[in-house]
Structures are given as C-alpha cells and as structure tokens.
Design a protein around this ligand. Structure first.
Ligand code: 5GP
Ligand code: ZN
Length: 117
C-alpha cells in the first residue's frame, strides 16, 4: 500500500535495522524499544491486522512464528523467555495499521493481564 509506513519499510524506502528478511516476511528492530530485545515481524503484503487473516494466510502466519522462534534463539532469549504481542484496532492502541507481531524480551516483563477486569 502506497502510504503505509510498514509497507515502505518492507520496500526498503524507509531505513530500519533489518534482522530477518525473505520473500514474504521482514523483521526489524522497533524504533522505540520497550525492552532490550524488541523486534517487529511483519508480512510484506499489506494486511491491517489479525482481522485481515484468511485461510490463505495460514502458511504465512505459521512461517512468521517460525521466524519469531528463530530470532528469539539468535538473540539468546529462548530460555529466559519473551512475549509475542499483536495489537488490533483502537481498544488495543494499534498505531500502525499493518499487521505486525512484537517480539519483546531481554528483561523480566510485567504481567500483561491483571486479575482485575
Ligand atoms: P502498535 O502500537 O501499532 O502495535 O506498534 C507500532 C510499533 O511500531 C511501535 O512499537 C513503534 O515504536 C513502532 N514504530 C513506529 N514507527 C516506526 C518506524 O518508523 N520504524 C520502526 N522501526 N518502528 C516504528
Ligand atoms: Zn502496509
């Protein structure tokens, strides 16, 4: 998509620190990391969020998680642990309207969901 920030990163029109790339997937360091390891894994094709995933994307999404697992191992956080997050829509605070998974680790992370509703 012409004016999408992450499509531009995928096309290498905007610089980023790329840590993985293949024909369909690219992963790069988040510009504003919340932990020592904070990588964004995105499909190169434009999809807004998980709402856009169809059965045709099963292989792509599965491969994205294989990339996440491999990056976690490369960064040395497989055993210490990490979190994978995707935001979808306004209530989640999604800022960039192109599907992405955050891979976050390298420090102890706070509880994501409290016991309070
Ligand atoms: P969201 O809130 O949409 O789930 O996450 C968007 C993420 O993209 C944020 O963590 C933000 O720091 C990151 N981000 C925004 N603009 C850029 C950019 O130009 N380059 C990189 N590498 N990350 C970005
Ligand atoms: Zn896009």
């Amino acid at each position: 998509m012409e004016n999408c920030l992450f499509c531009k990163i995928a096309r290498h029109e905007i610089p980023s620190t790329i840590v993985y790339e293949d024909e369909d997937i690219i992963a790069f360091n988040d510009i504003n990391p919340v932990a020592p390891i904070h990588i964004l894994i995105i499909p190169k094709k434009h999809m807004v969020s998980t709402n856009d995933i169809t059965p045709d994307d099963v292989d792509l999404i599965g491969r994205m998680f294989t990339v996440i697992k491999t990056l976690a191992a490369e960064k040395g956080i497989s055993e210490t642990g990490y979190r994978v997050i995707t935001n979808c829509g306004p209530d989640s605070g999604q800022e960039v309207a192109h599907l992405h998974f955050h891979l976050i680790g390298g420090r102890t992370l706070g509880r994501l969901v409290s016991s309070q509703p």
